[in-house]
Design a protein around this ligand. Structure first.
Ligand SMILES: [Zn+2]
Length: 282
């Protein structure tokens, strides 16, 4: 089973996770930018983080045979913090980098006016840079959040078929599917979607335009949830081609819209700016 995790925050994960992901079949991933767990206090903090997602983390992933790409943005939560919003002005110089395959994750957290502004501005940046957008839908008030998201999308310059709506569930999938956007589902150990509910969604909506991710981050999460969905699909009677479409071909098609996907980028033993992850004597 070959797996592309289209949304996972490796910066908060360990080398054990990379090893287990490779063993489970993960060969590529996209790491969207998000918060640090604690508030950032200046745009400079974003710049170091963006540089890590562009350089250090792809290098670390390559040591484990996994191709790493990223999506960059001001995240929805910090769109409300005036110490952070100036990062919007600096984003254009990052969005031109080779391994940036989307603007993301953007969208709503608490659905504030500041989040409206950041979402609209970043959809425009995606359109200007020929990039698709990864749009997070809120974890509270999901349906209202989706409606507001779709309203802003319709007024944007970015067509629906270049947008991935993420963190969907049974309450939002119908309207998200009708919008013409790509559909993302985050599978978690004990909240939101699980693998059996995901299989039920796939039985109802089919395998087109649907992406499944582990969204693994600082909280309790499982970076092998993609594999577990593949196994649950096979157990439920889906074929290998269906699994390959959901876990590989759909994410490749979506992020391929950027024209920047490189799926051969694995060079174990290489150096990153003169540094390896090996310790003395290894
Ligand atoms: Zn995320």
């Amino acid at each position: 089973m070959r797996i592309f995790d289209p949304h996972i925050h490796m910066t908060s994960r360990t080398t054990d996770d990379y090893e287990a992901m490779y063993a489970a079949g993960v060969r590529a991933l996209v790491e969207p930018s998000f918060w640090l767990g604690q508030p950032r206090t200046s745009p400079a903090s974003f710049f170091d983080y963006f540089d890590a997602l562009l350089g250090w983390e792809p290098f670390r992933a390559a040591q484990h045979g996994i191709a790493h790409h990223c999506a960059l943005a001001l995240n929805p939560k910090e769109a409300n913090d005036l110490r952070c919003t100036p990062v919007l002005d600096a984003l254009p110089r990052y969005l031109v980098k080779d391994s940036v395959v989307a603007v993301g994750e953007i969208g709503y957290d608490s659905m504030t006016p500041a989040e409206d502004t950041a979402l609209a501005a970043q959809l425009q940046l995606a359109a200007d840079h020929g990039l698709p957008a990864l749009v997070h839908t809120p974890h509270r008030d999901k349906l209202a959040g989706l409606h507001r998201t779709l309203d802003v999308l319709r007024e944007s310059a970015l067509p629906a078929d270049r947008v991935l709506l993420d963190h969907l569930n049974e309450t939002t999938v119908k309207q998200a599917a009708d919008s013409g956007c790509w559909l993302g589902f985050s599978i978690y150990p004990d909240t939101k979607m699980d693998e059996d509910r995901m299989v039920a969604v796939l039985k109802t909506y089919g395998t087109e335009r649907i992406l499944v991710n582990s969204a693994a981050d600082w909280g309790r999460s499982d970076p092998l949830k993609t594999r577990r969905v593949g196994d649950a699909m096979l157990a439920a009677g889906f074929g290998d081609a269906d699994v390959d479409q959901v876990l590989w071909r759909n994410p490749v098609a979506f992020y391929g819209l950027s024209g920047r996907l490189r799926l051969d980028a694995c060079q174990p033993g290489a150096l990153h700016e003169g540094n390896s992850i090996l310790r003395g004597g290894e």
